[in-house]
Design a protein around this ligand. Structure first.
Ligand code: HEC
Length: 98
């Protein structure tokens, strides 16, 4: 393989990797949003969540535990995704807030 070809392979690899990394971010945000719309609205509206936006990860971690006790069907794997998503939203963010 000549040097130029090797260089092209490396570049192709990097751009594919970058594309995946970018998708990962939006994927996580989408999943967090889906957990909220699929699970968190079963018992109450998102207004309860909206009023608490701007809180940090430990707050949402505690809420996730509390909602599990209330009967929310949250998987262990959903919790960090949900916590990351909600802790990353600023007060008033849509679609949690109307
Ligand atoms: C099984 C029913 C149920 C589900 C599902 C549910 N909740 Fe709740 N939630 C409640 C009840 C009941 C309350 C009020 C009593 C309480 O605070 O525990 C509440 C209250 C809240 C509050 C206010 C708590 C406070 O201390 O001010 C927040 C925030 C909240 N829920 C977030 C969520 C989130 C985020 C989800 C999705 C993971 C969710 N809830 C799913 C039943 C549920």
């Amino acid at each position: 393989m000549n040097a130029l070809l090797k260089m092209l392979c490396v570049l192709a690899f990097i751009s594919v990797f970058a594309a995946f990394a970018g998708e990962d971010d939006s994927g996580a945000a989408k999943a967090g949003e889906q957990i909220v719309t699929a699970i968190c609205t079963r018992c109450h509206s998102t207004a309860r969540i909206c009023t608490n936006l701007g809180s940090d990860a430990p707050f949402w971690q505690a809420i996730a535990g509390k909602m599990k006790k209330n009967g929310a069907p949250l998987d262990e794997a959903d919790v960090p995704v949900l916590v990351d998503y909600l802790a990353g939203l600023t007060a008033g963010s849509k679609p949690v807030c109307k």
